[in-house]
Ligand binder design. Structure first.
Ligand code: GDP
Ligand code: IMO
Ligand code: MG
Length: 423
């Protein structure tokens, strides 16, 4: 039995949480493989909206086990808050959540370092979510990090202290003033560590190896999106993990030949939060409308998301890097009412027309070339079958399928679980 992957193909917030929740009915295991609480995955059902940051989006179903893999970085304080809020809804998190011992911990000082680094960058800041993601992955690759399994060791508090002291010294190197009360932050942290300690720890590679042998169905859940990948995204305006398909192998301990379907998820337009290039960004009424109708505000930071037309050059790149086998198009409902829709099918770059992502996509280098398609007026949000979809929406979908050479299997027409149409 193979492991299927679900990945965001743009700059994040494609709707991964919603789709993982919808697909969980078909899987025995849902496993997050990278990122941390920079993620905000929104699920809606029974008129209630839930936002998950660390916990996989299969947690509301009783048929599946949820795994936080080794590639994830965990802030125990945020994890505890998530568990508490789920328990209010009577979700028995503890019985169906497993945590890899090899996942790294975000310390309070990682968050402070993130803030200091961003403040020191001034205008050149990444626009990080300030959750300590960059500094934690730096400690991981720098071989200084603290892992979940370490909290079972006798000398763990000393290990913590040594690293926190080093971080405090590092904060001093930045030429910015960061206000903090470490004592208070540490109180919260150590209290949350006890919540973490009460969870079940596993070696995810061994667990998943046995699960594959036992023919369990497994879905790996990505966070962020391909264009935020540390290697293939719009560096340096990226996150600090591999968000692309290969990240699922290293972030869970599954071999590449065990990967089955690669489900790629994208919005019918494009959004981005934080800094960095965005060739099809709109600064006009159309962009405003997308943001308003699509309620485009960050699920983690509440920041307004930048909006623009669908960028097929970037999407094709993401499809290639990930080996996407099936696509899912989200938020088509948000585009209802636009007479004409534009899709970027090429870039004007240094006097030439190109159809791939060049090394540098800063706006002074790139002018998008658009193909115009007819829009649809119908309200899609009440539709439940593919037969109801308007002809112009079908034309839009078929145009994308032809360009991307991958079928679009799911069309999402609203935030609720039920607003999901299979093709
Ligand atoms: P994720 O990070 O990829 O899980 O996505 P987010 O949850 O950050 O952002 C997606 C937003 O769009 C959330 O507010 C969802 O509730 C919402 N959403 C998901 N699918 C649809 C859809 O098809 N239509 C509309 N209007 N909203 C959607
Ligand atoms: P989900 O999983 C959208 C962006 C930040 C910033 C950059 C680096 O909900 O799709 P970081 O905190 O990782 O150091 O920030 O990446 N970013 C996201 N944007 N959705 C996310 O996650 C994101 N996680 C990080 O805005 O530009
Ligand atoms: Mg999100």
């Amino acid at each position: 039995m193979a492991v299927d992957l679900l990945l965001g193909l743009q700059w994040g917030d494609e709707g991964k949480g919603k789709i993982v929740d919808v697909l969980t009915a078909d899987y025995d295991i849902i496993a997050r493989f990278q990122g941390g609480p920079n993620a905000g995955h929104t699920l809606e059902f029974d008129e209630i909206k839930h936002v998950l940051h660390t916990i996989p989006s299969g947690i509301f179903h009783d048929n599946a086990v949820n795994i936080i893999g080794n590639g994830v970085v965990i802030d125990p304080v945020i994890l505890k808050r998530e568990i508490d809020s789920l328990e209010k809804y009577e979700v028995n998190v503890r019985s169906k959540l497993l945590v890899s011992r090899k996942a790294h911990l975000i310390l309070p000082t990682h968050r402070l370092l993130d803030a200091a680094s961003e403040a020191a960058k001034g205008k050149a800041k990444i626009g990080s979510t300030l959750k300590g993601i960059g500094p934690t992955y730096m400690d991981k690759t720098g071989r200084n990090g603290i892992r979940v399994g370490d909290i079972e060791l006798k000398d763990w508090e000393q290990k913590y202290r040594n690293l926190a002291n080093k971080h405090e010294a590092m904060i001093g190197f930045y030429d910015v003033a960061i206000q903090y009360d470490l004592k208070e932050l540490e109180e919260q942290f150590f209290e949350a560590i006890e919540t973490l300690r009460a969870l079940t720890f596993i070696d995810s590679e061994e667990y998943l190896h046995q699960a594959i042998k036992a023919d369990k169905t497994i879905l790996a859940e990505g966070a962020q999106g391909s264009l935020l990948d540390i290697d293939f995204g719009t560096y340096p305006f990226v996150t600090s993990s591999n968000t692309t398909a290969a990240g699922a192998c290293t972030g869970l301990g599954i071999a590449p030949n065990k990967i089955g379907e690669v489900l790629g998820i994208f919005k019918a337009y494009t959004t981005r939060v934080g800094s960095g290039p965005f060739p099809t960004e709109l600064f006009d009424e159309i962009g405003e409308t997308m943001g308003r109708v699509g309620r485009e505000f960050g699920a983690t930071t509440g920041r307004k998301r930048r909006c623009g037309w669908l960028d097929l050059v970037a999407l094709k790149y993401a499809v290639q890097v990930n080996g996407v086998t099936q696509l899912m198009m989200m938020k088509g409902d948000v585009l209802s009412g636009f007479k004409t829709l534009k899709v970027c099918t090429g870039y004007r770059y240094k006097g030439e027309t190109i159809h791939h992502l060049p090394y540098n996509i800063e706006e002074e280098n790139i002018t998008p070339i658009y193909t115009e398609l007819k829009g649809w007026d119908e309200d899609l949000t009440q539709m439940t079958t593919k037969e109801e979809l308007p002809a112009t929406l079908i034309d839009y979908i078929e145009f994308l399928e032809k360009e991307l050479e991958v079928p679009i299997k799911i069309v999402s027409v609203g935030p609720d679980r039920k607003q999901t149409i299979y093709r």
